[in-house]
Write a protein that binds this ligand. Structure first.
Ligand SMILES: NC(=O)c1ccc[n+]([C@@H]2O[C@H](COP(=O)([O-])OP(=O)(O)OC[C@H]3O[C@@H](n4cnc5c(N)ncnc54)[C@H](O)[C@@H]3O)[C@@H](O)[C@H]2O)c1
Length: 349
């Protein structure tokens, strides 16, 4: 297949692209380039990388592709709180715009990178894909709006599919420090302590970034009728854990004590997720990772890259800090459009 991957230069994209290419697919990337240069090891190359904003994509940009993998987004709650209008514009409107352009260009399959955070505060029972949405942040709401908008486009010639990822963890050439397992491991590595930002009681579904890639690959290669207008929770039952369990795991692997941040309180995002459907409908999806393995992998790569506390806590790896840095430097407008592209040449190969 020829696949357009948006957000290919972000945390998940930088891991997924080599998997797609390794499976024999041709990949073209489309990314605004917000995190260019924020590297953690070698970033993927050797495929066409287009620089641009999904909100500006045209039908011509989408012609000739068999599928779109839409990862581009404002990828976390803190940025969503900082700028809700841009979050809706990038995460919801741009996703639906990409869907429309793809459909008009004759692209038949559209995989949307959604999130388990659209379930929000969900009570005690593990949530299945038909559970009610109850998002508690603009980020979660934006994912609900995107799914609804894309679903309206579904017809005989256009099959959107919604992959609702658990919170990712694991190493990537575009590492993120602002997701829980990575954060706790990095703090243990750079500061010698596992610092909890909440009281540790919330449940959180987790999934390794490579296993997310395998789920997308399975959905790309599955017969159309299995994925048409369908949602899948992406993760593993074994990795639905309480934050304090993660902290204890990291603590014992990294020999670092657990501490609580001064303002640690309960966390509203508390939910358990059921992953039966993806295993039943897409048996090709065989997750390979577990949190202990991911912590080991992260610790190894942090040592290889001589990670410092300053880098780990700054714009290189914290998405909100990077957005602020680009905005303060006049490179990113308030609508989160690049004013001064980092790549003047536009397309890199
Ligand atoms: N990482 C997670 O834990 C997680 C969990 C659930 C869902 N997701 C979703 O998966 C996707 C990828 O997440 P990630 O962690 O790789 O995020 P990321 O922030 O690391 O990467 C997002 C990429 O999208 C690009 N981008 C943003 N807006 C754009 C636009 N308008 N046009 C073109 N490019 C744009 C950015 O430059 C960046 O390279 C997102 O949709 C996110 O919401 C992530």
């Amino acid at each position: 297949m020829k696949i357009l991957v948006t957000g290919d230069r972000g945390y998940i994209g930088a891991v997924m692209v080599p998997h797609l290419i390794g499976a024999g697919h041709e990949v073209v990337g489309l990314d605004a380039g917000w995190y260019d240069g924020c590297d953690f090891g070698r970033v993927p190359e050797g495929y066409e990388q287009r620089t641009g904003d999904c909100r500006d994509a045209t039908v011509d940009d989408l012609r000739g592709f068999d599928a779109v993998v839409h990862l581009a987004a404002i990828s976390n709650d803190p940025i969503g709180h900082l700028n809700p209008a841009a979050t809706y514009s990038v995460n919801a409107d741009a996703a639906v715009h990409m869907g429309r352009m793809a459909k008009e260009a004759g692209v038949t399959r559209f995989l949307f990178s959604s999130s388990c955070s659209l379930y929000g505060a969900a009570g005690d029972a593990p949530v299945t894909e038909d559970a009610q949405f109850n998002p508690v942040t603009p980020y979660g709401e934006s994912k609900v709006l995107a799914e609804r908008g894309l679903s309206i486009l579904a017809d005989d010639d256009f099959s959107p599919c919604y992959l609702r990822n658990a919170t990712a963890y694991g190493s990537s050439p575009r590492l993120r420090a602002d997701i829980v397992v990575n954060n706790l491991t990095g703090t243990a590595f750079t500061r010698g302590k596992v610092e909890l930002q909440s009281d540790g009681s919330p449940w959180r579904p987790l999934v390794h970034v490579e296993d997310i890639s395998l789920a997308f690959l399975a959905a790309l290669q599955a017969p159309r009728e299995l994925v048409h207008d369908e949602a899948f929770n992406v993760g593993r039952d074994e990795d639905v854990v309480q934050i304090r369990e993660i902290a204890l795991e990291v603590s014992s692997r990294m020999d670092a004590p657990v501490t609580f941040a001064a303002d640690a309180g309960p966390d509203k995002r508390d939910y358990r997720v059921d992953f039966t459907k993806i295993h039943r409908v897409l048996p090709a999806y065989q997750p390979q990772w577990s949190v202990p393995l991911g912590v080991e992998e992260l610790a190894r790569d942090m040592a290889v890259n001589s990670l410092s506390a300053e880098d780990f806590e700054g714009p290189r790896f914290v998405r909100l800090a990077r957005i602020r840095e680009l905005t303060d430097a006049g490179r990113l407008g308030n609508d989160l459009r690049m004013l001064q592209p980092l790549h003047a040449e536009g397309v890199r190969a």
